[in-house]
Design a protein around this ligand. Sequence first.
Ligand SMILES: *Cc1c(COP(=O)(O)O)cnc(C)c1O
Length: 436
Amino acid sequence: MQTAKERPSGAASPSHSMSDDLLALLGGVDPQVSQILAGERERQESTLELIASENHVSAAVMHAAGSWMTNKYAEGYPGKRYYGGCEFHDQAEELARNRAKQLFGCAYANVQPHCGANANIAAFMALMNPGDTVLSLPIKSGGHLSHGLKVNFSGTFYKVADYSLDPSTELLDYDEIERIARECQPKLIICGYSAYSRTIDFARFRAIADTVGALLMADIAHIAGLCATGVHPSPFPFAHVVTTTTHKTLRGPRGGMVMTNDEELATKVDRKVFPGSQGGPLMHIIAAKAVAFGEALRPEFTSYCQQVVKNAKALAAELQSRGYRLCAGGTDNHLMLVDLRARNADLTGADAEKWLERSGIICNKNGIPNDPRPPMVTSGLRLGTPALTTRGLREPQMTRVATWLDEVMGSKGDASTSARVRGEIKEFCRDFPLPH
Ligand SMILES: *Cc1c(COP(=O)(O)O)cnc(C)c1O
């Protein structure tokens, strides 16, 4: 890397970074894209990111993802490639795999899936034949579309049986899941969700799977960082296969991964990732995964994950004290599902999302269990703390965030309230810069 002295433009400042270099370079080559990227950086800098599945990666991860590694075809696996010139690609992939194994305490990792949904496609293909039965939590109850939604790959090629949450507690009801498993005799049971705020009992899931001779897949896309650091119990040694994204609480580049302790399953998974469902791996992303896993192995990342949960609990408590109802009664992890009706019967997730966005708070509407409103309206908001925690917000700031949330939602979309909050948040964000 050039030092400030060597840089010909002389534009160096104490805060000068590779990101500034990128924008300057692009500005000369493609001003339109340069402007778009600058706008997005400014948007992230000046708003509060409460989408539970998002995070802000380090500059090291971001720039590894934008490196020379993007130029290479590396179909195959380390030592067994279909193209020459893979010396450093083998090293990057080995490093990513080894760090993943160390991080999650497992024997095999495939770091090639392009995203979480692709990891699940490969896992389904490795664990089942088309037409076999998978038992999962449907998306309307907090599951993911790749777990069996009709219009998705999973619901198209496999038979899908549903379990749901206990309607009164909104918690997983393991006795009921066992009853349904005995009835439908699935080949595969899936646990791990997109909008479930409580701890998952992986041991109990494995016991259920064993009772009916099923395999257990844990999709830890949301809680991967928490599992890696012991802030949420690990799916190992209980799950036969673990799938995840790398870009949520794990704070890596956008991507997926499949892990297992079983050699035979590992071989099947490798074949189903490539050539089964993907072509050339995204080697730039795999290099960035290696960087992110290296970061996650450091003690600071454990403190970060602990703080993510402390922040979620603080935000949850403040919202509850202001009259909001939280599904499942609160949170054990990085997210919460807010039932807006308790605060105001007319408030919808769609309105709240829109009003909050123009106030500088980014989040998503989300159906709550048994939501009477349709998916494009909803009665809930999903809020998460991974991104805010990366910026350095702690419990006292969570109270502030809850106050803003309540002011905007309580104002029923009043434009002057949104404008005032927008200004306050812009100012506030200056004290919590993005990683750079
Ligand atoms: C986010 C998520 C995925 C999919 O991730 P993509 O990278 O968007 O494909 C899979 N499973 C669960 C439970 C998720 O929350």
